[in-house]
Design a protein around this ligand. Structure first.
Ligand SMILES: [Zn+2]
Length: 314
């Protein structure tokens, strides 16, 4: 697969030895090496536009953040570029309950932005940390009540779990990620064949992407690929081969990337899922800009899957 696949360079040691010791967590929260990542309504705090950097805080700013946060969670212990643990603990905090003007003292000239707007321009590790922080804060915010009995839940173990506050239930809730398959379907033919790309009505104008969909209960990943391609485009496939994965916290998915070979070629987007789908040769894709068309966002694994196929020797 062509690199980079964005949001995949998280080096954190996620479960340090003392993570369930409240005293150790308290020490880490106030340690001068600790960095705290604020998340506001699914947005991350970033400074700059051309080379945006993630804003993390410590010291007085960090303490200020901890005081106004509705949720605090340990992401892990940072590692250096060789993978060796450092002294730096990384926490995420949720400040979504505040209105933006009230947060201006901690923001300075930085802005809370959608990570997808800036992810490809950021350092790969930083972008992955922000992705992690966003995903975990989203999970906390959407799991405040027990799915078993409806009672409030309380974060424990430095925010790694939530436990139901009803003593008769006490169910433990773990962070969840929804598996989704995303696949490039190819067919043989002149000029190296063609690949199947589609458009959802909510895509931006002119954008074409690989097909994708969530995995159903009782279904393998390969079956999910086969089913989604047939449901969305009426195409039968075989040779479903795994390529790579990508955390996709927009809001809570793990994208599992595949390549599949088409057995039938007549497209039928009869269902309401896709607005349109077409076979595109490499040459047609190369001329996308002339026609006002473009491929999926560069921070998506869809782009990697397509680029991988474009770069193959024909
Ligand atoms: Zn419960």
């Amino acid at each position: 697969m062509p690199k980079p696949i964005y949001y995949t360079k998280n080096r954190l040691l996620r479960k340090p030895e003392n993570f369930s010791d409240p005293q150790w967590i308290e020490q880490r929260l106030h340690d001068r090496n600790t960095r705290i990542i604020p998340v506001w309504r699914n947005r991350n705090l970033v400074l700059g536009h051309d080379s945006p950097t993630a804003i993390t805080m410590s010291g007085d700013h960090g303490r200020g953040l901890l005081e106004i946060a509705s949720q605090i969670a340990l992401l892990g212990i940072d590692a250096d570029e060789t993978g060796s643990p450092t002294e730096r603990a990384i926490f995420a905090v949720d400040v979504s309950q505040h209105e933006l003007p009230d947060l201006s003292p901690i923001m300075g000239t930085a802005e809370f932005v959608d990570l997808r707007r800036v992810g490809v321009l950021m350092d790969a590790h930083e972008g992955s940390l922000l992705s992690h922080a966003r995903g975990l804060m989203y999970w906390h915010r959407h799991n405040c009540f027990c799915s078993e009995c409806g009672s409030p839940t309380v974060a424990e173990e430095a925010g790694r779990i939530r436990r139901c506050s009803n003593a008769l239930c006490s169910r433990i809730h773990f962070p969840r990620t929804d598996p989704a398959v995303i696949m490039l379907v190819t067919r043989p033919g002149p000029d190296g064949g063609a690949c199947l790309l589609g458009r959802h009505e909510n895509f931006s104008v002119g954008m074409y992407s690989t097909l994708a969909g969530f995995v159903d209960q009782g279904e393998t990943l390969e079956q999910a690929v086969t089913r989604e391609v047939f449901e969305e485009a009426g195409i039968l496939v075989d040779r479903v081969e795994y390529r790579a994965s990508q955390p996709w916290p927009f809001p809570a998915s793990l994208m599992l990337g595949f390549r599949a070979r088409a057995l039938t070629f007549t497209i039928d987007t009869g269902s309401d899922e896709l607005e349109e789908a077409h076979w595109f040769t490499r040459d047609q894709i190369a001329r996308f800009p002339d026609k006002g068309l473009r491929l999926s966002r560069k921070d998506s694994i869809s782009y990697n899957l397509i680029k991988d196929w474009l770069d193959e020797d024909v």
